[in-house]
Design a protein. Structure first.
Ligand code: GLN
Ligand code: ZN
Length: 772
């Protein structure tokens, strides 16, 4: 293989949602029937073109394979599923007569159709991106069923670009897959590796034919301890895979990447010895690996610019890492990002409203590409050539360190003075007795998770208020009417513990970010979370404090309308951190405690206002769990600690609830117990109540609300099915512990199904109450 060398700088991937979410708009209007497939193709081709041009403008080479071809219509894992013949059997009928997968089938696999459920969605490593889980069984027939990768290479070629297609590698693809329903018990998708590899060989040949000189195969599974395959087995799979792919006669040069954490030593050794031309490793999260045999013939892409945070960061340190990497004896060293840049927004220049000083500390995707271009120049011309750039980055870092708001003495004095007692609420039995006496709730109390439908009316009113078309007084009046309607509805339905419905919140994290000091919010800082969906994480840049009460007026108003208890509703510190871009200049635990103290004050104010039940949502507790097992205890320590700090100031008689969105109860039971909330609601309906057995087996002794129906679809649960779940629960768990609630908040639902579903929930509860 005589490969054209990779140039001195590259990125592992670029955001694909578009600077103004063009992809979202195009894809969603195509789904709605308003944009033809041809027009969608044209729009996305423009988007890809704009990306290549932009990357060239920012300093990557047009024809040297440094520009990644990393576009996806929906998801990079689904792209492979559709390409290697692995569309599940229920979608086979949607293929073209020659077996190839048209875009319509691709989207249907992502979104489902009628009774054909879409592919399951789950988190991509420890990011907020979600991929579609491939379903692989012994019956899966691998074959090249899409030429999209090759077509995009050719499209670039036609415009004078030589780009580097980015494809999820075969080991990661199978390691992330789950077994099909048809597979026998114990079947492992990775057992199909040898059958899959010939299709990758064919794919590589097609990419070469289309004009690719390099291909990037992403193998993040090799860093992870979260996939269900142990590191030694993964390394063995990688050895086999890359012996075959590297040995293929007709292929582009291969760059294997392993971002998101440090490669296992086994995988590092195997890849160094594999017959591929280049390896990319994450030097942001990982230490410098050892010199191992095989490197002398390889190009090493040092992931030194963070693909996941939005900080300009320490360019000098990045340079030093590249220098150290040179010491491993590789044929050449290239400056790279730690991961794809798909996890950060496009461009700081799109944020005119952000404080200028803050802006000077930031790097979104385009600024990161600029940093790569600087480091590449350094590698090519020597350090002197970039000395000014390094100095400017260092100066920005120093400016950030000393800027007002980054360190606030009053905040630090408070966190510095914390003692163990601040993290503890005291005896649960005593609390339970005080709460029973205060609340007089029936057995199996019914409630909801917090939000009620965010209707078009609510969204429009919010937008009009933001534009100044509604005065704040008018908007507040609108929200009050909305709250009053939600309270009346809940009383009519006969629910026991009410909520105000959260109409004032655009987003459960951004709402708090907007009302706390230390945060900034962006206008265009969108990051793809899955498919056409994007979120706009806030930027937590300074010490966090609460200038004024945030939720109290709404809760107080809602409570004034009813004799039933209304839950105060807060987002917990871990979730606020997980769904924001957080500062990188201090341990997360320290930042979490600052947020926790702000919430603690809010809880105190809610109590003063007469709120007897307060829910602190932590749906991201599981999400942030580190990939490396060795890092998990420390994480659980600070994350659980911050929740406890937020809630431990509550009175004995105040009932603290928490909500977690998932049902992997068994995985996090110790953490859930350690949160020490009085009541915890979790997902249970999608797993058809299996979680009830886990709860029972765990001996969990506080209040627990296993969600009795799935809010992710408009389907209305019948009284019978809710009854069945409740009967199962009362058999397995002491009745006094059980709460009855949906799986999650109702904000994405419509009112028709919400009313009908909650009516059935209450009817089932009333029936089961008579039996216990
Ligand atoms: N209280 C929030 C709601 O009901 C919780 C959302 C969540 O768990 N993601 O919307
Ligand atoms: Zn939830």
């Amino acid at each position: 293989m005589t490969a054209p060398a990779l140039p001195e700088g590259t990125i592992l991937g670029y955001p694909r949602i578009g600077r103004r979410r063009e992809l979202k708009r195009a894809v969603e209007s195509h789904w709605a029937g308003a944009l033809s497939e041809a027009d969608l193709e044209a729009t996305t081709a423009d988007l890809r073109r704009a990306t290549r041009e932009r990357l060239a403008e920012l300093g990557l080479g047009r024809t040297d394979s440094s520009i990644p071809e990393s576009f996806s219509y929906y998801d990079q894992v689904l792209d492979v599923t559709a390409t290697v013949g692995a569309l599940p059997a229920r979608f086979t009928r949607l293929r073209d007569s020659d077996g190839s997968v048209p875009l319509s089938a691709y989207f249907t696999a992502a979104r489902g159709e009628g009774d054909d459920a879409p592919l399951e969605m789950t988190k991509w490593f420890d990011t907020n991106y979600h991929y579609l889980v491939p379903e692989i069984g012994p019956e899966t027939r691998f074959a090249l069923t899409s030429d999209r990768f090759a077509r995009q290479v050719a499209e670039a070629r036609a415009d004078g670009f030589v780009t580097r297609p980015v494809v999820v590698g075969p080991v990661t693809f199978l390691a992330l897959a789950k077994a099909t329903d048809a597979a026998p018990a114990g079947f492992a998708p990775t057992s199909r590796l040898d059958d899959l590899l010939p299709v990758y060989v064919e794919l590589l040949a097609s990419l070469k034919a289309a004009g690719a000189e390099w291909v990037q195969l992403d193998e993040p599974a090799l860093v992870s301890e979260s996939v269900d395959v142990d590191p030694a087995a993964l390394a063995a799979l990688a050895e086999r895979a890359y012996a075959v792919l590297g040995g293929a006669g007709d292929r582009p040069s291969i760059l294997v990447t392993a971002g998101y954490a440090q490669l296992s030593p086994e995988a590092w050794q195997v890849l160094a010895a594999a017959p591929v031309e280049a390896l990319a490793i994450d030097l942001g999260r990982g230490a410098l690996p050892a010199a191992v045999p095989g490197l002398e013939s390889k190009t090493l892409v040092g992931g030194v610019i963070d693909g996941r945070n939005i900080w300009r960061g320490d360019l000098e340190a990045a340079w030093q890492k590249l220098e150290a990497l040179k010491g491993l004896g590789a044929a050449s060293v290239v400056a790279g990002t730690t991961t794809s840049l798909q996890h950060v927004p496009h461009d700081v220049a799109d944020e005119p409203a952000l404080d200028e000083r803050l802006v000077s500390w930031l790097a979104f995707a385009d600024q990161k590409v600029g940093q790569i271009a600087v480091l590449a120049r350094g590698l090519a011309e020597g350090r002197d050539a970039i000395a000014d750039d390094l100095a400017a980055a260092t100066a920005a870092l120093e400016d950030r360190r000393s800027a007002p708001g980054v360190r606030v003495d009053a905040v630090r004095a408070r966190t510095g003075a914390l003692t163990d007692a601040d993290f503890s609420r005291g005896d649960y039995a005593e609390r339970a007795a005080a709460q029973d006496a205060a609340l007089h709730l029936p057995a199996l109390p019914t409630t909801t998770i917090g939000s009620f439908p965010q209707t078009g009316d609510i969204r429009r009113a919010r937008a009009r208020h933001a534009k100044g078309e509604l005065t704040t007084a008018e908007y507040d009046g609108f929200l009050r009417d909305e709250i009053a309607a939600v309270i009346t509805l809940q009383e009519d339905l006969g629910l026991d513990v009410l909520v105000h419905g959260e109409p004032e919140r655009n987003d459960m994290v951004q709402y708090f970010a907007e009302n706390l000091d230390g945060f900034a919010v962006t206008q265009n800082g969108w990051v793809q979370s899955y498919g056409s969906r994007a979120t706009r994480p806030s930027i937590l840049w300074g010490d966090v404090s609460r200038p004024a009460p945030i939720t109290v007026a709404w809760a107080e108003y809602a409570q004034s309308l009813t004799a039933k208890p209304v839950k105060g509703m807060l987002t917990g510190p871990v979730t606020i951190l997980a769904w924001s871009f957080v500062r990188d200049d201090q341990p997360l635990g320290e930042t979490a405690n600052q947020v926790a103290l702000a919430l603690r004050d809010e809880i105190g104010d809610l109590e003063q206002a007469g709120i007897a039940i307060i829910q602190v949502d932590e749906p991201a507790l599981r999400e942030l769990l580190p990939l490396k097992k060795a890092d998990q205890p420390a994480y659980l320590d600070w994350s659980v600690g911050s929740f406890r700090l937020a809630t431990a100031g509550a009175e004995t008689a105040t009932q603290v609830h928490t909500h977690l969105c998932y049902s992997e109860f068994a995985v996090v039971i110790d953490a859930i117990a350690a949160l020490d909330a009085d009541v915890t609601s979790i997902e249970a309906a999608r797993s058809r109540g299996d979680v009830i057995d886990d709860i029972s087996a765990s001996g969990f002794s506080h209040g627990i609300g296993p969600g009795v129906y799935d809010i992710h679809s408009p389907r209305i649960p019948s009284v019978e099915e809710v009854t069945e779940l409740l009967e199962r629960a009362v058999k397995a768990i002491p009745t006094r512990q059980i709460w009855v609630n949906p799986d999650c908040g109702l904000k994405t639902r419509g009112y028709a199904e919400t009313k009908a579903s909650l009516r059935n929930l209450v009817a089932a509860t009333v029936a089961v109450r008579e039996e216990v």
